[in-house]
Design a protein around this ligand. Sequence first.
Ligand code: KG4
Ligand code: ZN
Length: 469
Amino acid sequence: MAATLLPTLSPPVSRAAALLLRRAPPKPFPLPSPLLRRLLAPTSSPPIHSPTFRSHATMPSAAAAGGGCRATPDRGDLLMLGIETSCDDTAAAVVRGDGQILSQVVSSQEDLLARYGGVSPKMAEEAHALAIDQVVQKALDDANVSESDLCAVAVTVGPGLSLCLRVGVHKARKIAKAFRLPIVGVHHMEAHALVSRLVNKDLDFPFLALLISGGHNLLVLAHGLGQYVQLGTTIDDAIGEAYDKSARWLGLDIRKGGGPALEELALEGDPNAIKFRVPMRQHKDCNFSYAGLKTQVRLAIESRNICASDIPISSATEEDRQLRADIAASFQRVAVLHLEERCQRAVEWALKIEPAIKYFVVSGGVASNQCVRTHLNHIAEKNGLQLVCPPPSLCTDNGVMIAWTGIEHFIAGRFDDPPAADEPDDMQYELRPRWPLGEEYSEGRSVARSMKTARVHPSLTSMIQGSVH
Ligand code: KG4
Ligand code: ZN
């Protein structure tokens, strides 16, 4: 039997309400109890149990920094553990309902990637399994809390590698079972988008978001929590994949990631040295393609007789280094120009659908890139929008974004009951390795699309809408 993780519908709860839930798991759609109503009322009396917090935040919340805040006092008592294992980072964090980050721990597999030239799902699973207990324990210790202080556990259930997702979900369910905690199953890409609402508390729906990572290139119109329209996606590779492969082919030291290594080398190069072709200009939509640009980089390296596989950049001659830097800079110019062109069109589409949009969110690992941030800020400004780009530590995979998305859904009443006390340890969970975020915008369907259309799961948006009606 497979356990489901999302969506479920129960009434909104606060921490104190969750304490009650732990004693008596809710029936579907119960009416809010008098206590719950009192806690949710704007003038609610102090929560039953209000733990004191030491200042362990790794980043001040926007509220603490003087930003506007939607949070009610109840939210400050809500403590969420977030667990992320969908790809090659094992991450966990504890976040408070008002956005205060109490801890953030990431154990990266970049080292494995650099050493073996890629990681097989089995290897990644083993690395997660080795790290998960320590990572979660450190997140709890750094936050100075124990499992019994938590209101719920949020965990990524997709998209990602099944073997890897399973490690995180298994850990989350183990904690949830032992401490009678509700679970929130999180969509990894929604988490990349929503962490921007932790960073900027004024950021309300609807907004436009570009989510750029190693495996995804998504342009979405965010109508609300769990409600997205997909304006564009990649028809082949994501931009992060193109950065990673190009960095490897250029012989860069990729122990801290291919993207950052290429960005650094590009600073030394001439972005106009090589005229790479900008992808998909003939397609007047918002979809992306990076496979062709990747091939252009490989051909540029081969035609200049750069022996990057034998000679790492650290041993290259000055002339050789300059050639590689020119390729890196030229690649980056076109990679980012492709983003700009598709984003400009997406802004126009988004404003046509939702004229109220004020914000343009850019998130995901590649959004840490300074060149990407600068150019997309121009697009935002040109169109009268405000760019919201989380700090790099929240752009790359992290547990904070999972905890925060868990908080958003938990408060909206979307979570699962604690696992049954007799749930077997080898329980098969429902994971969503291929899980679209939203439904495709009809004008956005690519005629160039050929691959990667197989869907295993209905989109998050259709699941949530299905459960509402
Ligand atoms: O979101 P993320 O951490 O993991 C996935 O969900 O895939 O994104 C990882 C991707 C990698 O391809 C990495 O090389 C890229 O983000 N990345 C960058 C930079 N930092 C991370 N790409 C370009 N420039 C960067 N500074
Ligand atoms: Zn990611």
